[in-house]
Write a protein that binds this ligand. Structure first.
Ligand code: HEC
Ligand code: HEC
Length: 330
């Protein structure tokens, strides 16, 4: 099948999906007004959904698919695959894992992308277009007609703002001794250190998993395994500033094994972990090689995912910047 056929099909199928969803939402709601639809906690005009459909058809359909099921023509080649919007489950929202995101979470993700996954950034997409496409992608899942977004997880004051080293030290202890982040993510401490951390807290570690210096693939709500990142090697997808990491660690990663930590750890400890994970994300290669030697880890990570950023397609719309009015390329 040639590309034009695919595009025609895609447009037709998208329109059909939209009409079906509108009809379903209409049937489900008593106070249905033809000109607006309630999606999450936002009332959205038909006009805005139509605008979102056009943005989606231009920039998103190739990966996320005409039905929003994550099965666009490019999806086969992508690891992890594009999000299936029909399930209404999202990973990187600033809400407790498993609850629906707020519009600004989705808008942030669309503007910034999720490197090193294939999800591109769309910084040049107009704010109104970003808002509209968010409303449109909500029409793919019935969850948005019946549920409201989760409680926002907003960063508290950082107790280690003037003491990064103290935060890192406490975070390293927590990561290995108490929270046992290394039961899924790699360990960055030796067995002897982990046992010593646990002893300080009056506990003993009964067993260490094999290959504890590599991540363990974990089941997800989408039916396939997801590999937790090896932080110094892959970095993180949803932002590496202290505030971004606070949001990710406190909220957890929806649909995956990564839990919401806000309920189970005191705020100070979440912030210590934030400082520690950040120190891993920004760690240079020489320091990582030295660390690996010290803790008895193999010289190279055996992580399964490390897509080079160069592999990501450039799908941002043409702008004055791209038309040569601005020379710099960030
Ligand atoms: C080149 C392929 C590609 C294109 C084009 C693309 N995406 Fe994605 N998108 C992905 C992949 C892959 C993921 C999954 C990343 C992951 O699971 O780590 C994703 C995830 C997402 C998510 C889920 C975020 C979360 O927290 O779960 C949203 C929302 C999203 N994309 C919106 C869009 C929108 C809107 C567009 C168009 C403006 C778009 N994407 C274009 C590949 C793409
Ligand atoms: C039960 C398994 C599990 C445990 C325990 C766990 N994680 Fe995760 N974590 C995951 C998985 C799976 C992902 C990958 C999510 C993805 O990219 O789809 C992840 C991703 C992350 C990310 C990256 C999010 C991004 O933006 O890409 C951070 C940061 C993180 N975890 C921190 C922690 C910290 C800190 C701890 C301990 C307090 C921890 N995790 C414990 C499974 C776990």
């Amino acid at each position: 099948m040639g590309t034009p056929d695919v595009l025609r099909l895609v447009t037709a199928a998208t329109t059909t999906a939209l009409l079906a969803t509108l009809a379903a939402a209409c049937a489900a709601r008593d106070d249905w007004a033809p000109e607006a639809l309630l999606l999450g906690d936002v009332s959205v005009s038909r006009h805005e959904i139509e605008r979102g459909r056009q943005v989606y058809a231009e920039y998103c359909v190739g990966c996320h698919g005409a039905r929003g099921d994550g099965r666009g023509p490019a999806a086969r080649m992508l690891e992890p695959p594009p999000r299936d919007f029909t399930k209404g489950i999202f990973k990187f929202a600033g809400v407790p894992s498993g609850t629906l995101p707020h519009d600004e979470d989705l808008e942030r993700i669309i503007a910034r992308g999720l490197f090193p996954s294939a999800m591109p950034d769309f910084p040049l997409l107009d704010a109104a277009d970003r808002r509209a496409v968010v409303q449109y992608l909500k029409t793919f899942s019935p969850r948005w007609a019946s549920s409201r977004p989760g409680a926002r997880i907003v960063p508290t004051d950082d107790p280690f703002a003037d003491d990064d080293a103290g935060g890192i030290q406490r975070g390293r202890h927590l990561y290995h001794g108490i929270a046992e982040c290394w039961s899924c993510h790699p360990s960055y401490a030796s067995r002897a250190e982990i046992s010593a951390f646990a002893r300080t807290d009056g506990r003993t570690v009964d067993s260490f998993r094999d290959a504890m210096f590599a991540p363990v693939p974990k089941p997800s709500d989408w039916g396939f395994d997801i590999v937790p990142p090896d932080f110094p090697v892959e970095g993180v997808k949803s932002g590496s500033s202290l505030e971004d990491l606070y949001r990710t660690i406190a909220s957890g990663v929806g649909g995956t094994a990564m839990p919401t930590w806000r309920e189970s750890l005191p705020e100070n400890d979440i912030w210590a972990l934030v400082h520690y994970v950040r120190s891993l994300v920004v760690m240079d290669r020489a320091t990582l090689a030295r660390l690996r030697r010290t803790i008895g880890a193999p010289a190279h990570s055996t992580a399964a995912v490390s897509a080079p950023p160069a592999a990501r397609p450039d799908l941002t719309p043409p702008s004055p910047h791209e038309r040569g009015e601005l020379a710099e390329n960030p």
